[in-house]
Design a protein around this ligand. Structure first.
Ligand code: COI
Length: 355
């Protein structure tokens, strides 16, 4: 039985492609965008006028609420091309579910599933040439929603835009990452928005991250806001610790992003028979493990960064270096994950979504 769905997304194509202007071998993350974008407005209580149109500027009032109260959420997704030219997304429904959870917390109306998937299919069909084959190449998708109603009263907007941009990318971090454990600043608190991909969650990290950079670290490992004792996330990534052969990561909840890569790593590890503990890990335990040699690896996970090994962490003016693991968990999970993403292996989990 086939289900018939009515097309809702209209298309206005570009006159000529810009693809030849892009140097795909020297991409800076998130700086180049494909020919088309998706745009949809929320007005009078409903999402309307879904359109795919040439990538380009928006005209928005300077009084739009997003500029004053940061009422905005976003997602990060990736499309991959296999050696036969087929394009796949990775667990796209999880991104839709999460942006709608983030939206609910930010009082933004949820986005309909049928429109989301129709937009993804049409965009990726039109801009398929922007998804380059080869492991490491991908097309980063940036869906986001923002408050566009004019008015600076501090109340939720009645109007929004939902947009999807497509950006060809290579690696997010070029090498291993050095991280500084937060002793003063916090990313999230109980009852807050830490679990959501709210734009302000990221903006609020910039200042403490700049301070960490001045000390020679690329990212901050965020700790709990009460005691700065429990390890939560690393910059824009979830974070994993390998102590002996056990993989430990903070449990999700109010404060931690339910990362798609995070939960994929947990599933891969369990599938490989590795013990995984989703539990609070204290800095005290981490430092003790670094000192007695049982701390083998730290790595971050995220859509943009995939899996990023940490080479050292700083805490209370001390630096703890981690020995490079050629065949460690980070290398293994990254390969297993990418083999699934690029259609180079079986997908026992059903994560691959052919477009
Ligand atoms: C992602 O991994 O998609 C992120 O959210 C990172 C982004 C802030 C660059």
């Amino acid at each position: 039985m086939s289900s018939i769905t009515q097309d809702k997304v209209s298309i206005k194509k570009i006159a000529s492609t810009r693809i030849h202007e892009v140097d795909f071998n020297n991409l800076v993350f998130g700086k180049s965008f494909s020919d088309h974008m998706f745009e949809c407005d929320f007005k009078n209580g409903e999402w309307q006028n879904p359109i795919i149109r040439p990538y380009g500027p928006l005209t928005i009032s300077p009084a739009a609420k997003v500029f004053h109260y940061g009422q905005a959420v976003f997602e990060g997704m990736k499309a991959f091309k296999d050696d036969n030219g087929k394009v796949f997304l990775f667990r796209p429904e999880d991104n839709l579910i999460r942006i709608n959870k983030s939206s609910k917390r930010m009082a933004i109306p949820e986005f309909p599933k049928d429109l989301f998937f129709e937009a993804l299919h049409k965009l990726l069909e039109l801009d398929s040439a922007w998804v380059k084959p080869g492991v490491g190449n991908s097309l980063y998708l940036r869906p986001f929603a923002m408050a566009t109603e004019v008015g600076v009263s501090a109340s939720p907007s009645n109007e929004y835009k939902f947009i999807i941009l497509l950006s060809p990318v290579n690696a997010y971090y070029s090498g291993d990452v050095r991280v500084l454990i937060a002793e003063k600043y916090s990313r999230s608190a109980n009852g807050g928005v830490g679990f959501a991909k709210a734009a302000g969650n990221y903006g609020a990290q910039f200042y403490p991250t700049n301070l960490a950079r001045e000390k020679g670290f690329q990212q901050v490992i965020w700790t709990d806001a009460n005691e700065h004792e429990y390890l939560e996330e690393a910059g824009t990534m979830n974070v994993f610790f390998r102590i002996n052969d056990t993989l430990i990561t903070a449990p999700t909840g109010d404060r931690i992003l339910d990362g798609v890569t995070r939960k994929s790593v947990i599933a891969l590890a369990k599938h490989d028979g590795i013990t995984v503990e989703e539990r609070p890990l204290s800095v005290t335990e981490l430092v003790a493990a670094a000192k007695d040699g049982s701390l083998k690896e730290i790595f971050g996970s995220g859509t943009a960064a995939v899996i990023s090994p940490v080479s050292a962490f700083g805490y209370k003016e001390k630096v703890f270096d981690l020995e490079k693991q050629e065949n460690g968990y980070a290398t293994r999970f990254k390969k297993e994950l990418m083999d699934i993403q690029y259609n180079r292996s079986e997908d026992p989990f059903g994560w691959r979504y052919e477009v």
